[in-house]
Design a protein around this ligand. Structure first.
Ligand SMILES: Cc1ncc(COP(=O)(O)O)c(C=O)c1O
Length: 352
């Protein structure tokens, strides 16, 4: 989509993508049924397609990434179990405490600055069987990892962590909200990234551009459990094929183009790196998020950027985040880069 040059460039999140005309057409024409009764053919098609792409036996369509994660978590644990998870994971920081409030699990947080813990970290975090200990039950991975600069963890790193978990007798879930960003950035197929994961949740409503929905994939028995939790959480939807059709369209048309978002993020990062006073957090930028620090407090800087025509998000005291996506083309990202560079570079020059 091309943006008028007077409109603000919205880089707050790839969740702001809207369904385009072609996607809306397939939604309008979708064959539907009652999906709670298992009778929606468009939902079946989406679930089969996602399972096939990820090399899994089965899949279930859920309304959101948060519900996909929580359903998968609850289906693979019992209250009091422990989940080994990076302290900066979306599940820990950004899912309203559902792990504790609903699944009743303990979070054993570890530090994985590279996005995925090493096998040694996983092994060290496993609890010995002992009447005093919680039971280690699940390793939680996230790829790409949003709060770790949207890092894409490699096939090898994912496989090594999963193998260590399985050797310790525990299962593995991947929050793959942006798994296809990782696959495209690493030039591997998505299935290879999650080969060692028992369950995987993938969002359709982020860079893939669908309006709603995620899909959880895994072995058939476990997915039956996820489906039960989806119902329990109120996520059973009736003629959901209208939404699933958008998801299928997104998988067919919007995966390869994620490379454009990554190229736009790299271009924005290069401009910011050349701006005095600005520090880009992860270089090269791994996927579609650019994190950077400026001398201005984040909330103030966000307001100033908006006045210069760029919408972005504060993610730390002095840290800002720009996310590139389908609805912001290269020309608009270039315009945003110029505006941010003028704003922050100008501030540093004025302070001299
Ligand atoms: C890594 C990650 N996991 C899960 C989610 C949750 O997805 P939703 O907003 O659809 O609940 C998000 C949302 O941004 C995310 O970034």
């Amino acid at each position: 989509m091309s943006q008028a040059s007077s409109a603000p460039v919205d880089l707050r999140s790839d969740t702001f993508t809207t369904p385009d005309a072609a996607m809306r057409r397939v939604m309008a024409e979708a064959e539907v049924g009652d999906d709670v009764w298992g009778e929606d053919p468009s939902v079946h098609r989406l679930e089969e397609e996602m399972a096939r792409r990820l090399g899994k036996e089965s899949a279930v369509f859920v309304p959101s990434g948060t519900m996909g994660n929580l359903s998968a978590l609850a289906a693979q644990t019992v209250p009091g179990d422990e989940v080994i998870v990076d302290s900066q994971s979306h599940m820990v920081l950004n899912e309203a405490g559902g792990a504790g409030a609903v699944a009743g699990v303990m979070l054993h947080t570890i530090e994985a600055p590279g996005g995925v813990p090493s096998p040694q970290q996983v092994t060290a975090a496993l609890r010995e069987a002992n009447i005093h200990h919680p039971v280690s039950r699940l390793l939680w991975l996230e790829n790409t990892h949003g709060n770790r600069a949207a890092t894409a963890a490699s096939v090898e790193a994912m496989g090594a962590a999963a193998s260590a978990a399985h050797a310790g007798g525990i299962r593995v879930h991947c929050d793959g909200a942006r798994l296809f960003n990782a696959a495209i950035a690493l030039e591997v197929d998505a299935a290879s990234l999650v080969q060692g994961c028992d369950t995987v949740s993938v969002c359709l409503s982020k860079g893939l551009g669908a309006p709603v929905g995620s899909v959880v994939s895994g072995d058939a028995g476990c997915i039956d459990g996820v489906r039960l939790w989806r119902k329990r959480l109120g996520g059973g939807m009736r003629q959901a094929g209208i939404l699933a059709a958008a998801g299928s369209y997104a998988l067919q048309h919007n995966v390869q183009r994620l490379a454009d978002d990554h190229a736009n993020a790299a271009m924005l990062a290069a401009e910011l790196r050349a701006t005095p006073g600005v520090t880009v957090v992860a270089v090269p930028v791994p996927t579609n998020m650019v994190m950077f620090d400026t001398p201005m407090p984040g909330v103030e800087a966000t307001r100033a950027a908006a006045m210069h025509g760029v919408l972005l998000s504060p993610v730390g005291q002095f840290r800002l985040r720009c996310v590139t996506h389908k609805d912001v083309d290269t020309a608009a990202v270039r315009r945003a880069a110029g505006a941010l560079s003028a704003l922050f570079g100008g501030m540093v020059a004025a302070a001299r």
